[in-house]
Write a protein that binds this ligand. Structure first.
Ligand code: K7E
Ligand code: CUA
Ligand code: CA
Length: 622
């Protein structure tokens, strides 16, 4: 039996010792912390607002990264109800993602990677506002970036970034629109990485930009140190990334040697110009232009910031980049309007762009904004969210005696990202704050040694933050984004010309098949293509015959036009299953290696006679 500590404070601290190990600058702050009792009372009103009655709809879509589960999850906020899962860097038995030909067109038909590690979901923008077209997300595990079409909430493109390892921080160009997806490769590698060189000193990593429409890598920028998180500004000119390993150390102690690492500023105009002028090289087999942004380059500037910095977040008024100190109790505020002067050599020192460095508490990781001049920074070690006022922090930095900290709220426990509604856009509305706590410890019924995480919902609409909801989540959302529901427009059923199943249409055309009408078997040597329709509760083919050893591709076109009537196709004992939503075509290829009668059935509930929706594949012995 698991024993739960009695005292709230000790519950919060019971992993404090481990979290603190090796952390420098452990200063306590005198700010009052609300007790559990007082926030329970204060949360009363706020809880009413968070209640979404049965049958009512949420105000926001929340898109959650799924961490090393590889998927993306869609939640309604404020109810925190899970609405949908979007498989991306994983295999999904229900939808057939990783099994169908259409998903393999996106993932690659070699099926090299069945895993992923998705951290940073971001929604495409036009003029600094979410346009609801795409969501982009990184895969740290296999150095990929995926695009999800938000009209159907399916992944339609995945790009592997060449020459680098571990794509981590990812953000989008905000202005004039999302032409680029910016992403950081975290780990340094030698070039060429062919086994002839292993030293850390001769290794480097790169900042990358991907064209959001073509999903081709547009350019790569070599940097000093490594790269962690990133964000873009509201002019389209600058992107800033944190670097925690300016030391380029392999050992842990080495990565903490310097008191300051860097926030690296990328000058996008200058980089584009350098590429246009041909001032680039290529690496290995890749054709991607690679420019050199190491110290001394005109393309970058390195702003010293303390210490192993992590999160990097642009304020919604477009004025500041804020870097979270992680091993320093501070955040560093960078004035975006001083960056032109920094690049033009008009400032004496890179630090001249720093206009505040407030001390917030232990382990600052990520910052988000309410659009009213306040920032909310997660404190991993203190297990708190610190609300602070940016203007007051600047005044304090200039010597005035003002308290910039507005409130510290306990969260449960050890928060990574936090994210306020619409915070990455000009529309930041300061209503809700989601805090993604890495540990849930004693907050839920125990489920064995592996615990869920705890995504907490906090009402930030008033002066005071109020915790209103605990939400257990499976491994391991790092980040989420909240988008107003009117900013997303989804389809009710598929259009017949949807590019998702373009290759099925092409093959059908070659075979003289009309997908919407024909139920036919086409033999092509050892390859057999079976075309069938479906209308609840029947497939167009009750049975079809093949020979043992044939490579069979089954195409199902769902002719139901009624919203919500999705069919499935599951071939028993063949590892085959897939979703076919209204007016969708889906296909799957497998080898008919077993002679005899092989049943298939519909595995998405569609009708009172759903159980009866089945058929037989008859396999003649070879
Ligand atoms: Cu802080 Cu990958 Cu955004 Cu995790 S990262 S928390
Ligand atoms: Cu068709 Cu169940
Ligand atoms: Ca460091």
């Amino acid at each position: 039996m698991q024993e739960l500590p009695e005292n709230g404070q000790s519950r919060r601290r019971f992993m404090g010792a481990a979290a603190l190990a090796g952390v420098a600058g452990a200063t306590g702050l005198g700010t009052a912390v609300m007790s559990r009792e007082s926030f329970a009372a204060a949360a009363g009103d706020a809880r009413q607002k968070y209640m979404v009655e049965p049958g009512e709809l949420d105000e926001y879509y929340g898109f959650w990264s799924g961490g090393h589960s590889g998927e993306v999850r869609v939640l309604g906020v404020p109810s925190m109800r899970e609405l949908m899962r979007i498989p991306v860097f994983n295999v999904d038995s229900a939808s057939g993602w990783g099994i169908t030909n259409e998903s393999k067109d996106v993932l690659g038909h070699d099926n090299t990677y069945l895993n992923g590690d998705a951290h940073h979901p971001h929604v495409s923008m036009t003029d600094g506002r979410y346009d609801g077209k795409y969501l982009f997300i990184n895969d740290k595990a296999n150095s990929r970036v995926a695009r999800i079409r938000l009209d159907i909430m399916k992944c339609d493109r995945i790009t592997t970034v060449p020459n680098v390892q571990a794509i981590h921080g990812l953000r989008l160009q905000k202005v004039p629109k999302t032409n680029y997806v910016f992403c950081n490769a975290e780990f340094v590698v030698p070039h060429p990485n062919d086994g002839s060189e292993f030293s850390m000193e001769k290794s480097f990593t790169m900042f990358n930009a991907i064209d959001a429409e073509t999903m081709e890598v547009a350019f790569q920028v070599i940097v000093d140190g490594n790269l962690d998180n990133t964000d873009a500004d509201y002019t389209g000119k600058y992107v800033v990334s944190t670097c925690y390993n300016s030391e380029k150390a392999l050992d842990l102690a080495g990565t903490m040697r310097n008191d300051r690492d860097w926030a690296v500023v990328f000058n996008i105009e200058r980089i584009e110009q350098a590429v246009k002028n041909g001032n680039f090289k290529t690496l290995g087999d890749s054709k991607v232009p690679v420019v050199d942004g190491r110290h001394g380059s005109e393309l970058t500037r390195y702003i010293p910031v303390p210490k192993n910095p992590h999160g990097l977040n642009t304020s919604p008024d477009g004025k500041y980049f804020i870097a979270a100190g992680k091993l320093s109790p501070t955040c560093t505020v960078i004035a975006i309007d001083r960056l032109d002067d920094l690049f033009d050599g008009k400032l004496k020192d890179e630090r001249d762009v720093v206009i505040a460095e407030p001390e917030l508490g232990l382990g600052p990781l990520h910052t988000t904004y309410d659009g009213r001049g306040n920032a909310y920074t997660t404190l991993f070690i203190d297990s708190q969210v610190c609300k602070w006022n940016i203007a007051d922090a600047i005044r304090h930095y200039n010597g005035e005696d003002v308290n910039y900290i507005r409130q510290k709220l306990d969260v449960h426990y050890q928060p990574g990202h936090n994210h306020a509604s619409l915070t990455e856009s000009r529309d930041a509305d300061g209503k809700w704050l989601v805090v993604l706590s890495k540990f849930s410890k004693d907050r839920f019924l125990p489920v064995g040694p592996l615990h869920p995480e705890n995504d907490q919902l906090i009402d930030i609409s008033g002066e005071e933050m109020k915790l209103v909801h605990d939400g257990p989540t499976y491994a391991e959302p790092h980040d989420c984004i909240l988008v107003r529901r009117d900013q997303i427009k989804t389809r009710k059923i598929y259009e017949r010309d949807d590019p998702i199943f373009a290759s099925a249409r092409e093959q059908a055309k070659k075979d003289g098949i009309t997908l919407e009408a024909d139920n036919k078997v086409i033999r092509d040597g050892k390859k057999v293509r079976v075309y069938m329709t479906s209308i609840a509760p029947q497939y167009g083919l009750m049975e079809f015959k093949v020979k043992q050893g044939d490579e069979v591709t089954v195409y199902v076109t769902n002719l139901d036009t009624i919203e919500d009537v999705t069919h499935g196709f599951c071939m028993v004992n063949h590892g085959v299953s897939m979703e076919i939503s209204p007016m969708q075509t889906a296909s799957v290829t497998f080898v008919a290696d077993k002679p005899g009668v092989q049943w298939y059935y519909c595995n998405w509930f569609c009708h009172a006679l759903h159980m009866e929706m089945r058929g037989r594949m008859l396999v003649e012995k070879a």
